[in-house]
Design a protein around this ligand. Structure first.
Ligand code: ADP
Length: 249
């Protein structure tokens, strides 16, 4: 199993919400060690596909394989435990807890986090690891600040640090640059490249085309619930079908 095939493989996934066909047979392969972009107009099904891959929603049909193993329909925590880290379009951090406590919750995610908070979370080792990751994303100086006091872009960096605690093999980022200032976008891109050099695989939904085209090895374009084209950025950019998808011709 695994190694030779793609790290993530999605085959013919469909999903309807009432009469809305959000996914109409989406297929996608994410090779190990790559940075893959997932783009497409609003409503083309990117978020629904992310939700199905990570277990937050079920598919009506089709399958999802991780490292050759079928994970279709597994709960989010199971998929997370299998090495898929995910960030959200709207960050899911605890605004009233400190930045460091948010990180320690990630450390404790496999047990009940409130229990670990009650007994005073964080061995020295866990705190050290959390601080190391905060340094990596440039937030170590904010460790004691309330997460709710961070800027929008800093919250996104915190969420990246948060998912890194579990040392996932695949990182799925949902609009990491959305609403983030150019300086922080640059930092974020650098961190993604570094992590990729360390062997992490990425699947990134992003509307910032400049970022997608400069960062990704492979770009997939969704339209009306399925993946229309997959290829290197320069090829995808020049594909007339992609322009059509965006212009709705
Ligand atoms: P994207 O992320 O590309 O913007 P989405 O996956 O969010 O696309 O949405 C695809 C389609 O499915 C849209 O028409 C959207 O309105 C619909 N949709 C997504 N989630 C739901 C839901 N929970 N209930 C009803 N419709 C939904």
């Amino acid at each position: 199993v695994g190694q030779a095939g793609p790290l993530l493989e999605v085959q013919g996934v469909t999903r309807s919400f009432g009469g809305v066909r959000a996914l109409t047979g989406a297929s996608l392969a994410v090779p190990r060690g790559r940075i893959c972009g997932l783009i497409g107009p609003n409503g083309s099904g990117k978020t629904t596909l992310f939700n199905i891959i990570t277990g937050y929603e079920r598919a009506d049909a089709g399958r999802v394989r991780l490292d050759g193993k079928e994970v279709t329909g597994l709960a989010p925590e199971r998929i997370f435990a299998m090495g898929v880290g995910r960030t959200f379009q709207i960050t899911r951090i605890f605004a009233r807890l400190s930045v460091l406590d948010n990180m320690l919750i990630a450390t404790q995610r496999r047990e009940r986090w409130w229990r670990s908070m009650l007994r005073g979370a964080g061995s020295a080792e866990e705190v050290e690891r959390a601080m190391e990751l905060l340094r990596f994303v440039g937030l170590a100086g904010h460790a004691r600040a309330l997460a709710g006091e961070l800027s929008y872009g800093q919250r996104k960096l915190l969420e990246l640090a948060y998912v890194l605690v579990a040392d996932p093999e695949l990182l799925m980022l949902d609009e990491p640059a959305g609403g983030v200032n150019p300086t922080l976008i640059g930092q974020l891109a650098e961190r993604i490249r570094e992590l990729n050099e360390q062997g992490k695989t990425f699947l990134i939904v992003e509307h910032n085309m400049e970022l997608v085209m400069s960062l990704c090895d492979q770009v997939s374009v969704m339209s009306f619930g399925s993946v229309l084209v997959t290829g290197p950025p320069e090829e995808v950019r020049a594909d007339p079908r992609v322009l059509e998808a965006y212009l709705g011709l």
